[in-house]
Design a protein around this ligand. Structure first.
Ligand SMILES: NC(=O)c1ccc[n+]([C@@H]2O[C@H](COP(=O)([O-])OP(=O)(O)OC[C@H]3O[C@@H](n4cnc5c(N)ncnc54)[C@H](OP(=O)(O)O)[C@@H]3O)[C@@H](O)[C@H]2O)c1
Length: 248
């Protein structure tokens, strides 16, 4: 499937890293790298998204709620974005917060898994070995998701970036160094061995935010598909109609 000629949502990748590009502490233990100012930015992004996606590795290690903290951004509570977990083998822990029923949730899985989930948690098969993200994104679009936020982790970011499946990427750089050998880097996935395999991005802006800074990137030389479909890719995102509620 060619990522440029299918209808998928506008995809906004967001993450926070240390200056040495690490997403977490040794072994993947959760590190809060965002400053208070950055957390407000992240929750504004979540609030303007129809869906928020993470990989199952992040669910296992961080147990995120993937909810919008409306208080943090000083807004009355709006509709909860759909939570999407990419979980090819069905290893989302039964007690994970994403399964708590507090927001619409969809587990994107593969033919490898026949696991069932609690009532109210949707299940979607896309792919036979790994979750086919291009297919998943098209299906999310079909279900009304027009703006999708991808929050990680390292393997999901590799697949989305290498697959050219995004329109914007914001990275908050915290002025700290993690170091070591086992702290995950921002992007894992396949090895890069030659200059031809480098993935180049266009730098759109750099802004100081609290103690750190936020850099915004876009894929190079690509028409802005999201904007062409009327999706809001402005930063900070402006208010937008919530009429198209996604269906899990
Ligand atoms: N600082 C930040 O902003 C931030 C944000 C999020 C996460 N994190 C960190 O990221 C780390 C987790 O990253 P991770 O790389 O271990 O896990 P991940 O990217 O969250 O999830 C990866 C898993 O998703 C499944 N998967 C299925 N289809 C896939 C596909 N097409 N592409 C990629 N993955 C697919 C695979 O598991 P199966 O084979 O079992 O399906 C894979 O192991 C944690 O340390 C967390 O703290 C940091």
């Amino acid at each position: 499937m060619d990522a440029t000629d299918v209808r998928r949502p506008a995809v906004w990748v967001n993450c926070a890293v240390s200056l040495d590009g690490r997403l977490a502490f040794a072994g993947g233990a959760r590190a809060r790298l965002s400053s208070e100012e950055d957390l407000r930015r992240v929750h504004r992004l979540r609030a303007r998204s129809d869906a928020i996606l993470v990989g199952v590795g992040t669910v296992v290690l961080d147990d995120p709620s993937l909810r919008v903290q409306w208080d943090r951004i000083g807004e009355p509570a709006g509709p909860a974005p759909l939570r999407v977990v990419v979980d090819g083998s069905g290893r989302t822990p039964p007690g994970a917060r994403v399964l708590d029923g507090s927001a619409p949730t969809l587990i994107a899985t593969t033919k490898r898994s026949s696991r069932t989930y609690p009532d109210g948690v949707g299940r979607l098969v896309a792919g036979s070995d790994r979750v086919d993200l291009a297919e998943l994104f098209v299906e999310l679009h079909r279900r009304g998701v027009r703006r999708l936020m991808v929050e990680g982790g390292s393997e999901i970011l590799a697949s989305v970036i290498r697959g050219g499946l995004f329109d914007r990427m914001t990275v908050y750089y915290a002025p700290v160094v993690v170091g070591g050998r086992t702290a995950p880097t921002m992007v894992s996935g396949p090895e890069t061995r030659t200059p031809e395999e480098l993935r180049a991005l266009d730098l759109e802006s750099v802004e100081r935010l609290g103690a750190g800074f936020v850099a915004t990137f876009r894929p190079p030389d690509r028409p802005d598909r999201g904007a062409a479909e009327g999706a809001d890719l402005s930063y900070p995102p402006s208010d937008r109609s919530r009429d198209e509620a996604p269906v899990a």
